[in-house]
Design a protein around this ligand. Sequence first.
Ligand code: SF4
Length: 185
Amino acid sequence: MLKYANYNIVFQEVPDEVTLAINITNCPNHCPHCHSKYLWEDTGTVLDQRELDDLVAKYRPGITCVCFMGGDIAPQDVANLAQHLKSQHHGLHVGWYSGKNELPKAFNDEVFDYIKLGRFDENCGPLDSPTTNQRMMKRLADGRVKDITEWFRRNKHVQFEMESNKEQAEKEIEKAPTPPSSDNR
Ligand code: SF4
């Protein structure tokens, strides 16, 4: 069972997307230089289909993507929620930030438009570092998977400008009309 601590609307974690990033707890990776140790605890709100639908309804149509930040404790649960988003919220892209270096064995990654792989290693740096050990993969329209890690380094200055405008953009998203929920509850 997945739980989450909090969420943010972010602009730089997934290229060219306005992303609802959900911070999942009970992280099993325990990277030595972890910047979010509060996510190691098994605490937070249960993240099931209903909770996810409520979060999406709150921010759609302002968001273009939902990204699960973590969830390595139960990858299949992450994939199931991704599948739910694809079937119930058409047009919404779905990403996953895993802290593992590889995908789990026999794992169906086709439900994700983006997957970030790689433990956080302070010596290598994050995605926008030229020496990063992490990789961001994007599934293209024809089904091929492309390594787009380079985007983060090329757009580092753009990300800084976007960050400065983040507060205003978040206000605009909050003001966006809320559509009726797409589920059948
Ligand atoms: S995967 Fe992320 S949250 Fe988990 S230990 Fe590593 S840096 Fe921390």
